[in-house]
Design a protein around this ligand. Structure first.
Ligand code: NAD
Length: 484
C-alpha cells in the first residue's frame, strides 16, 4: 500500500481505533493504495463530544478573528496545490488538470468564507425614537458534512470554510472511496491555526451516516451524494429534528437549437459530458437536439473521438461503476438506440487494471429508456431528438431531477425562454457546465436537492446560522406606547 491506513481525526490529531477496514483503490490501475476504517456510533459520539467541548471558545471569537484561519488556509492550499491535486488524482482517478482545478475551486470557496465578516453582518434599524431592532447571526453548534466520492477536495470545502467561519464546529464524513484528501485538509487547517476540536473527520459508511442523523448533539447536516441516499439522510435527519440540506443526483439536459454555434456547442457539450469522466453532478447527460442539428452532432462525434482514456480522460471510480455504465449503454442499444461513439472496454496500456470507460454517445434515445431517465454518472451522452423548443422543454421538465439545464443558441429570445422555463436550479446559456462562481450559491431543484437554501455562497449563511432578533430601548422618555 502506498499510504498507511487512514485514521480518524479528532481534537487536532489522528486517533487509532479498533475497526474493520475497506480497501481504497487507485481507479487508474486498480491497485489498493490504502485502507479506510469503518467507524462506529461510538466514534461519532466521541467526535461530537470533542466538538461540543471546542464550541464555546470558537463560537465566542469575533468572526473577523475566526476568518484569519481561512486567510492562512487559502495560502496553504495554494502552497500545496500540486500535492493536493496529485492526491485527488490518485484516489479519485480524475486527470491532474481536473484535480488542480478542483483545488483552485476550493481556494475560491475559502476566499468567500474570508469575506463573511462583510457579507454576514447583521442588520440594525432605529424603529422608534431610541428604539432599535437588530438581527444578529449565531452559529448552530456542532454540525456535520457528509460528502461524495467525485470531488474529494472541493465538496468538503463547500461546507468546511463557511460553516466553521460562521462559528460552528464540524464533523466531516468523507466518502469511504476517497478518504485521503480529508486528512490533508484537516492537517492544513491545523497548520492554519484552527483550534483543536473545531474539525473532526470520522471515516466510514452507512453506520457513521446513520449515527450522525440520530445524534442529538448534532444540530445540522449537509449531505452531498446520490438522490437515493440524500432522501434517506433528509428523512432521518429531519425526523430527528435537525436542519438538513441534502443535495442529490442529476440528469442534466442540454437543449441544442439549430442556430447554435457549431464549434461552441459541440466542444462545450463534449467537455461537459466527459470532464471528470462524466462523474459530475453538473455533467451533460442528455442532449436534446431540436430539429436540424446533424451538423452539430457530426462535430460532437469528432470532438468525442479526440478524447483518449488515460491521456485526457480519467477512469471511473470503480469496476462496479464501469459495469453499471456499460449496462445502460447495452440496454439502450438493445432497444434500438444507435451508438455513435462506443467507449466501452478501452485498453489503456500499462493500466489495464484501471476502471476505464471512453466517451460514449448514444443517438436515437427515447424518453422512456432507462438511459434517458436515470443518472448514468459516466462519460456518456444520450441524444434525444425533439421537433421544436416546446417539445425539448417538455422533455427537460419531465425529468425528476433538476440540477442544471443549458441551451445552446444564438437567439436571445430563445435563451430567455429556456432560462424561464427549464426546471432546474442552475441554468446555462452556451455554457456546458453552468456552475455558479462564488458568491453565487450552488444548488439544484426537484430531486437534486432536499431542504431549503443552497450549499455555498450567500445561500449557505442562512443554513449554518440562526438569527436572533433583538429590540433595545435607550431613551429617557417614560411614556408607554406599543414599543414598551
Ligand atoms: P453516495 O450517495 O453513494 O454517497 C454519498 C455519501 O453517502 C458517502 O459519504 C457515503 O458513505 C454515504 N452513503 C452511501 N450509502 C449510504 C447508505 N446506504 N446510508 C447512509 N449513507 C450512505 O454518492 P457517491 O456515489 O459518493 O457520489 C455520487 C453522487 O453524488 C451522484 O449521484 C452525484 O450526482 C451526486 N453529487 C451531487 C452533487 C450536487 O451538488 N447535487 C454534487 C456532487 C455529487
Amino acid at each position: 500500500m502506498k499510504y498507511p491506513e487512514v485514521r480518524n481525526y479528532m481534537a487536532g490529531d489522528y486517533v487509532d481505533g479498533d475497526h474493520d477496514y475497506l480497501d481504497v483503490y487507485n481507479p487508474a490501475d486498480g491497485t489498493v493504495i490504502s485502507k479506510v476504517p469503518l467507524s462506529s456510533r461510538e466514534d461519532v459520539d466521541r467526535a461530537v463530544a470533542v466538538a461540543q467541548a471546542a464550541f464555546p471558545a470558537w463560537s465566542s471569537l469575533p468572526i473577523k478573528e475566526r476568518v484569519q484561519v481561512f486567510f492562512r488556509y487559502r495560502s496553504l492550499l495554494e502552497r500545496d496545490i500540486e500535492e493536493l491535486a496529485a492526491l485527488v488524482t490518485e484516489e479519485n482517478g480524475k486527470i491532474y488538470s481536473e484535480a488542480r482545478a478542483e483545488v483552485l475551486k476550493a481556494m475560491e470557496l475559502t476566499e468567500f468564507a474570508c469575506s463573511l465578516p462583510q457579507i454576514a453582518s447583521g442588520e440594525v434599524l432605529e424603529v422608534s425614537r431610541g428604539v432599535e431592532c437588530r438581527i444578529e447571526r449565531f452559529p448552530l453548534g456542532v454540525v456535520a458534512s457528509i460528502t461524495p466520492f467525485n470531488f474529494p477536495n472541493m465538496v468538503p470545502n463547500w461546507t468546511i470554510p463557511n460553516a466553521i467561519a460562521l462559528g460552528n464546529c464540524l464533523i466531516l464524513k468523507p466518502s469511504e472511496m476517497v478518504p485521503l484528501s480529508a486528512g490533508k485538509i484537516a492537517e492544513l487547517l491545523k497548520e492554519a491555526g484552527l483550534p483543536e476540536g473545531v474539525l473532526q473527520v470520522v471515516h466510514g459508511g452507512k453506520d457513521v451516516v446513520e449515527a450522525i442523523c440520530d445524534h442529538s448533539g448534532i444540530e445540522a447536516i449537509s449531505f452531498v451524494g446520490s438522490t437515493k441516499i440524500a432522501k434517506l439522510v433528509y428523512r432521518r435527519g429531519t425526523a430527528n429534528l435537525k436542519r438538513v440540506l441534502a443535495l442529490g443526483g442529476a440528469k442534466n439536459h442540454l437543449i441544442v437549437m439549430p442556430d447554435a454555434d457549431t464549434e461552441m456547442a459541440s466542444s462545450n457539450i463534449v467537455a461537459s459530458m466527459s470532464g471528470c469522466a462524466g462523474q459530475r453532478c453538473m455533467a451533460a447527460s442528455v442532449m436534446v437536439a431540436v430539429s436540424s442539428t446533424d451538423h452539430i452532432i457530426e462535430r460532437l462525434v469528432e470532438h468525442a473521438k479526440s478524447i483518449v482514456p488515460g491521456d485526457n480522460l480519467g477512469p471511473v471510480i470503480s469496476a462496479e461503476a464501469r459495469e453499471r455504465i456499460a449496462g445502460y449503454v447495452a440496454e439502450a442499444q438493445a432497444k434500438g438506440a444507435k451508438i455513435l461513439v462506443d467507449g466501452r472496454n478501452p485498453v489503456v496500456k500499462g493500466k489495464e487494471g484501471g476502471f476505464w470507460v471512453g466517451p460514449t454517445i448514444v443517438d436515437g434515445v427515447t424518453p422512456d429508456m432507462r438511459i434517458a431517465q436515470e443518472e448514468v454518472f459516466g462519460p456518456v451522452l444520450v441524444i434525444i431528438r425533439a421537433t421544436g423548443l416546446d417539445d425539448a422543454l417538455a422533455i427537460e421538465n419531465a425529468s425528476p431531477y433538476g440540477n442544471a439545464a443549458s441551451v445552446f443558441t444564438e437567439s436571445g429570445a430563445t435563451a430567455r425562454h429556456v432560462m424561464e422555463r427549464a426546471s432546474a436550479g442552475m441554468i446555462g446559456v452556451n455554457v456546458g457546465v453552468p456552475v455558479p462562481r462564488e458568491p453565487f450559491s450552488f444548488g439544484g431543484w426537484n430531486e437534486s436537492r432536499f431542504g431549503v437554501g443552497d450549499i455555498t455562497g450567500k445561500g449557505s449563511i442562512e443554513f449554518w446560522t440562526k438569527s436572533k432578533k433583538m429590540t433595545t430601548k435607550w431613551n429617557r422618555e417614560h411614556g408607554i406606547n406599543w414599543m414598551s
